[in-house]
Design a protein around this ligand. Structure first.
Ligand code: AMP
Ligand code: MG
Length: 494
């Protein structure tokens, strides 16, 4: 029995208003697709855990380990700006919470079959989107961006109908909690204020303990919140979300479906669907082909996050009491986000400290990139090398309009002269990744996996786990996207 966990199942103890106990629906003839050794270690599993007798059956949902109490949770949410009513775990089943020395970690099987919240869906996830979720969870972690993690991915040749026939897969997701803004909206919208309070108290007790004293996490005083625990919770979530969004923007990550049911109460990146890392820098880029209005375009993400926090604030209002306190808590987003963004982009430019005077340089850099839709990851990585070598050709070559580039380079060099170049380059090489999970890289892994060749998945995983390292021999996965990459269409269908 490899999965001899000490199960805790804190969320399940909230009771029937929150969860529906049910078992996963088995899949025929499962096989392994991939594993993350790092996540296994976090769970206290030995490296070879997946070779044990029950491991694959557990991962695909054919065997429920002893002590686990599988369940689906109910939530609601705003989708594309409109109240969508009840949603819930339509295809993700939580096995339970595993206690590790550091924290509790919930294990979820995504794609494990229908639940009472599946609505018209089949409860399944296809191999293609599961590979994208598995790899991107670990890629984000490698980049230092808060995210749900992925222990493993298993597959079955059971046919799954999307736009065409595909096959099934299950991702074993791991996070301290999968609670979303939508969980709070659900109970608030149904007028279930006792349950709403129970949920908020649980989240405070488990994840934001200082809020019980009316202190947002990381603050020693918060007179503006008048000791209100739920306003403190709202501010803590707002600040985490602000820092998360700054990290997304700085790495060129587009989430694609920032509905309130896809927003983590812990400020984690959650629910990888039609996400994309920018290739060329186009601030208006829309990665989700189903997002016709561009609601979730790259440059709108920060405002959408605030809009979503506002929904959370509204849901928490019955607990907070005073509207002014909720607004005061939300205000923190407007202070933390721009500051965090400046500091992220400052680091990308190699600045040890960012002041208001640097705002123009940062803005000008992004304008310069946007003018010619210059490749985002390649620009930053080459710039990091330029700072050390002082040889600008590799960066200059990215631009057609040389005059604009030379002009920018002059002002950048001037600012850089206030820095120690060695330290600046160090910072930049640790800030500007060489490897991000571009769509075409994911696509190469998916194509191989469809032929049952899973080696590229582990190979790409190794790059993404350490994306700031050079990884000699893998340049082709860090270079410009091939022409066919622009034909990849990513939609909500997964
Ligand atoms: P998403 O856009 O993936 O975040 O999903 C939105 C809602 O639809 C959530 O409640 C999901 O659980 C549900 N859902 C998505 N795909 C499926 C599916 N294939 N079967 C059942 N429910 C699904
Ligand atoms: Mg979702």
């Amino acid at each position: 029995m490899p999965l001899n966990f000490e199960w805790h199942n804190g969320f399940a103890q909230l009771g029937n208003a929150f969860v529906t106990p049910l078992h996963p629906t088995p899949l025929p003839a499962p096989y392994w697709v991939g594993h993350s050794r790092a996540v296994a270690q976090q769970l206290g599993l030995p490296d070879d855990w997946h070779t044990a007798a029950d491991a694959l059956a557990m991962a695909v949902g054919n065997h429920v380990p002893q002590g686990a109490a599988p369940l689906a949770s109910v939530y609601s949410g705003h989708q594309f700006g409109v109240w969508a009513g009840q949603l819930g775990d339509g295809r993700a089943l939580m096995l339970g919470e595993v206690m590790t020395p550091e924290t509790g970690l919930e294990l979820q099987l995504k794609g494990a079959g229908r639940t009472p919240y599946s609505r018209g869906g089949d409860g399944r996830a296809v191999l293609r989107s599961s590979i994208r979720e598995f790899l991107c969870s670990e890629a984000m972690h490698g980049l230092g961006i808060p995210t749900t993690r992925a222990l493993c991915i298993s597959g079955s040749d059971a046919p799954i109908l999307r736009e065409e026939l595909e096959t099934a897969a299950v991702v074993t997701r791991v996070a301290p909690s999968f609670i979303r803004f939508g969980h709070f909206e659900h109970f608030a919208n149904n007028g279930l204020h006792v349950e709403l309070k129970k949920l908020a108290d649980y989240v405070i007790e488990r994840y934001y303990p200082s809020c019980a004293q009316g202190l947002p996490e990381g603050h020693e005083a918060a007179a503006h919140l008048q000791g209100n625990p739920y306003a403190a919770l709202l501010q803590s979530v707002s600040e985490r979300t602000a820092r998360l969004l700054a990290q997304w923007q700085a790495v060129g990550f587009c989430h694609g479906v920032m509905n309130t049911d896809n927003m983590s109460i812990l400020g984690l990146t959650i629910d990888y669907g039609p996400f994309q890392f920018l290739d060329g820098f186009d601030p208006d880029h829309i990665c989700n082909h189903s997002d016709h209005q561009g609601r979730y375009a790259y440059n709108r993400q920060p405002n959408i996050a605030y809009w979503n926090l506002f929904c959370l604030g509204q849901a928490l209002l019955p607990l907070i009491g005073e509207q002014e306190l909720a607004l005061a808590a939300l205000e923190s987003y407007k202070a933390v986000f721009p500051q965090a963004l400046m500091s992220r982009f400052g680091a990308k430019l190699g600045l040890s400290e960012v002041t208001d005077n640097d705002r123009t340089l940062i803005d000008d850099t992004l304008k310069l990139l946007a003018r010619e839709k210059v490749d985002f990851p390649i620009f930053w990585r080459r710039l990091s090398h330029l700072v050390l070598t002082r040889e600008p050709d590799a960066v200059r070559d990215l631009f057609i309009e040389r005059e604009a580039f030379e002009h920018w380079l002059l002002s950048y060099s001037e600012r850089l002269s206030q820095e120690d170049r060695g330290l600046a380059a160090d910072l930049m090489l640790k800030t500007n990744p060489k490897f991000v999970l571009r769509n075409h890289v994911g696509e190469l892994v998916i194509r191989a996996a469809k032929q049952k060749d899973f080696a590229p998945l582990q190979e790409v995983l190794a790059l993404l786990e350490n994306p700031y390292q050079e990884h000699a021999g893998f340049e082709y996965l860090a270079s410009f996207p091939p022409a066919w990459a622009s034909t990849i269409e990513i939609s909500c269908s997964s």
